[in-house]
Design a protein around this ligand. Structure first.
Ligand code: AMP
Ligand code: MG
Length: 339
């Protein structure tokens, strides 16, 4: 399913975007919505501006940033080569939540790519992000707008919580809720470094077989970012593959949890087990009615429930479609995963 943003921009949005573009042109940093999550952006060609992103986030210098462009042909501003399979994926999935890792154009400062010879680039499918890039007149490098290691921001209030008044925030709505799929096209077969909005199945339909970076490979990671701790909320997160195990766990931990605030997030419906969990005195929330819904709620749940609960227990989902991306984030957020 392809979806195109309604391009209508309200006067208030336009005013914010103009202000944001001015900040970017002057070497500053701006938080802006994309269809995936909120980004923290700066002029990708301005080394000093990009440095501010790393400082604000507390991001390790060896974790490269994704460059965002507003026109497909601008890929040549940041990549020195665009192979055939990249062309096919660009035609099919841009604008959209697919980031391509390509050979780097020397014009991109090394700080953006953490000294790698490759560059990560995508064209977002969000009217505000696209207009911001267009008015700034430069590609914008932007990681997710969170303090390094924390859950990604999906709402303006999350950005505010992380950065206070230190960055200008353009208000808008995020559609997908988890970050883009990152695929490395400099190797054969291509390898998905991070699952996200565009699924492996969708990519394989266009360019044939691709690999997925295994969880166990992260220590020798091709994509430096994946080796770091991610999405750690302020509470202990546990991930389970089925409800019976959640019930058993809660029963065995009952005395440990007696003085703790515990939230159980069940997928799709509360059901019989959910009612039992409630009777045990724990809080219940439905993480989402569909996988898309779950993806959209996920980071908000981690951030907001993280403030209120000591423990959050998730019911996992099937690792198919966007479910693979959801489980990737949940595993990284979890203290322990029970299979
Ligand atoms: P973030 O924008 O914070 O969600 O993180 C961007 C992700 O893209 C991280 O996992 C990075 O490691 C990855 N990434 C960015 N540039 C490259 C690159 N040149 N090669 C491989 N992975 C990259
Ligand atoms: Mg991030």
């Amino acid at each position: 399913m392809r979806f195109y943003e309604n391009p209508y921009i309200s006067p208030k949005e336009e005013e914010q975007i103009k202000k944001g573009a001015e900040i970017i042109r002057n070497g500053g940093v701006v938080a802006f919505p994309t269809e995936t999550v909120y980004g923290l952006g700066a002029n990708a060609f301005d080394e000093n501006a990009v440095k501010k992103i790393f400082e604000l986030k507390g991001r390790p210098q060896d974790n490269p940033l994704i460059i965002h462009i507003a026109k497909k042909e601008d890929v040549f501003l940041v990549a020195r080569e665009v192979p055939k399979n990249a062309e096919i994926l660009i035609e099919k999935f841009w604008p959209g939540p697919l980031t391509l890792v390509l050979p780097k154009n020397p014009s991109v400062p090394d700080i953006v790519t953490a000294n790698l010879d490759t560059v990560a680039v995508r064209m977002p499918n969000h009217k505000i992000a696209l207009k911001l890039i267009e008015l700034s007149g430069v590609p914008i490098s932007a990681p997710s707008a969170n303090i390094s290691g924390k859950p990604s921001a999906t709402k303006p209030e999350h950005v505010k919580k992380y950065f206070g008044d230190k960055v200008f925030i353009i208000e808008g709505e995020v559609k997908i809720g988890i970050e883009s799929t990152v695929i490395d096209l400099t190797v054969s077969p291509p390898i998905i470094l991070r699952p996200g909005g565009i699924s492996k199945e969708m990519i394989e339909k266009e360019v044939g077989g691709v690999d997925v970076l295994a969880h166990s490979d992260v220590k020798v990671a091709k994509s430096p970012g994946v080796k770091y701790k991610h999405y750690a909320p302020d509470s202990d997160v546990y991930l389970f593959m089925n409800r019976k195990d959640i019930l058993r766990f809660l029963e065995s931990e009952r005395s440990n949890f007696s003085d703790k605030k515990v939230l159980v997030a069940l997928f799709k419906y509360v059901g019989e087990e959910g009612e039992k969990i409630k009777l045990m005195g724990f809080d219940i929330v439905v993480s989402g009615r569909t996988l898309e819904d779950f993806a959209k709620n996920l980071f908000n749940l981690l951030i907001v429930a993280g403030e209120k609960y000591d423990v959050i227990i998730f019911e996992g989902v099937e690792e198919r479609g966007i479910g693979l991306g959801i489980m990737n984030r949940l595993k990284k957020a979890s203290k322990k995963v029970f299979y």
